[in-house]
Design a protein around this ligand. Structure first.
Ligand SMILES: [Zn+2]
Length: 449
């Protein structure tokens, strides 16, 4: 076992109106293996009290630092790291001009492994300890990402992108080399084989991954729905209602469905553990459909602002009870940093569709990227928090990482002011250390030089 002394940030286990975070000013976090050897939080609380309960445990002290749960990124694309910040007129031109040519390169196992290494290290450097990530349509890309995540003992969820039409041949799913199966059949067989290989291996999870309805034939969506029913513990990830051109296209391709979102329901792809990125241009009927099915939204504000897609409607989502969490959506999103994502979410809520203009509290923003995201993924009590029993994924934050942060955080009169100073002024420099729960005794850490 090992203990860490610092200020400790944690969250109430249920989401309630009003403040949900608590900061233990002089806290002690005790971490140790469970029966299966996985590192979990054993205790967390005031230093004096916890120290007395664990007198023999070695303590590492971080004066002036804040230990907080590792961030959870509910939606991103590991194969788009190289196209981050590519200028385009909107989603569809951006895909054609930059994203598809880059994703084509991931048919190489070597290229995929190099990209996966950089991507995962970049997540960890930014304090992100869990991600729900799209791979590409090549099985090589999926294996590469899972292999690298497994080596880092990260909790990561991914899956083979399903896309058998409406994109250049090089990025679509491939038919069997001997011609015995078409791309749709092969993609579904590959998905099931990858799911069986990776879902539940160490801390990895599989997500059935139709890219978005317009990119999938009806047969492929039907097959994805079949897998979703057969493997109820696997996740589903896709996109919906990001952009008006995309919606018009989806409506044209699936005229029998009541809405773009309803298309997914019609193929059995709305259920708990189904995560839909964006959910911007949806109505109350759609929100109700999501809520009732247990599906959740991955809110991707830097991406939505960058591509001019629109604003997630927080007030209406809350009114209806649609669950959501925050996501970078790299490379449509502009940053790996959870601080940039939280700040963009603040702007979106202020200026978005809701007439009142919502002011999201700093605690609410932080919760959406940690405990709230865990809950949306069906992983509450497992990650995203530092309550006893949670897996020991956490970050050590230095609120004095830059001159301006040091000056501003010194003036913070309460927890909200401290959190908001970090959200507004923070970036990867705030993350002094990222610690990953590991099956062995040692903890994997990334440390700043
Ligand atoms: Zn996306």
């Amino acid at each position: 076992m090992k203990a860490y002394r610092a200020s400790i940030l944690s969250f109430a286990t249920d989401r309630e109106p009003g403040p949900c975070a608590a900061l233990e000013e002089d806290g002690l976090l005790v971490v140790g293996p469970d029966a299966s050897g996985r590192q979990r939080v054993q205790a967390s609380g005031p230093y004096r009290m916890i120290k007395a309960l664990f007198p023999a445990v070695p303590i590492e002290h971080f004066p002036g630092r804040v230990i907080a749960p590792g961030f959870i990124d509910m939606h991103n694309h590991f194969a788009q790291t190289n196209v981050i910040g590519s200028p385009a007129d909107g989603l569809l031109p951006w895909l054609e001009r930059f994203t598809f040519p880059e994703e084509q390169r991931f048919s190489s196992a070597q290229y995929s492994a190099d990209a996966a290494r950089f991507f995962l290290d970049e997540l960890l450097r930014n304090g992100v300890t869990t991600a729900l990530s799209f791979a590409t349509c090549s099985t090589e890309s999926v294996d590469a990402l899972f292999c690298e995540a497994q080596q880092r003992r990260m909790r990561l969820i991914s899956g083979l992108c399903l896309m058998d039409r409406h994109a250049p041949a090089g990025v679509l799913n491939r038919a069997a080399p001997d011609g015995s199966r078409n791309a749709c059949e092969q993609s579904l067989l590959d998905s099931e084989a990858l799911l069986q290989r990776w879902h539940g291996a160490d801390r990895l999870g599989y997500a059935i991954t139709p890219r978005f309805a317009p990119s999938c034939s009806e047969e492929q969506l039907r097959g994805a729905g079949y897998l979703a029913q057969r493997y109820p513990e696997a996740w589903i990830q896709s996109h919906v209602a990001e952009n008006r051109d995309e919606i018009a296209w989806a409506r044209q391709l699936f005229p029998g469905s009541a809405s773009y979102l309803a298309t997914y329901a019609d193929f059995g792809l709305l259920r708990r553990r189904a995560v839909y990125a964006h959910c911007i241009h949806i109505d109350d009927q759609d929100r109700t459909l999501m809520r009732d099915s247990g599906a959740v939204a991955a809110v991707s504000p830097t991406s939505n602002l960058f591509l001019g897609s629109g604003f997630f409607d927080y007030a209406t989502a809350d009114r209806i009870g649609l669950q959501y969490g925050l996501a970078s959506d790299v490379g449509g999103g502009t940053s790996f940093s959870p601080f940039h994502t939280m700040l963009a979410a603040y702007y979106v809520a202020r200026e978005g569709q809701s007439k009142a203009g919502l002011s999201l509290s700093p605690q609410q923003l932080w919760w959406q990227h940690t405990a709230g995201a865990a809950s949306a993924l069906g992983l509450d009590g497992v990650i995203g928090n530092l309550q006893p029993g949670c897996e020991a994924d956490f970050v050590v934050l230095n609120p004095k990482a830059t001159p301006l942060l040091a000056r501003r955080s010194a003036q913070a009169g309460n927890l909200d002011e401290l959190l908001f100073a970090m959200i507004v002024l923070g970036d990867d420099r705030l993350i002094e250390r990222t610690v990953i729960s590991q099956a062995e005794d040692a903890l994997f850490t990334i440390e700043r030089p």
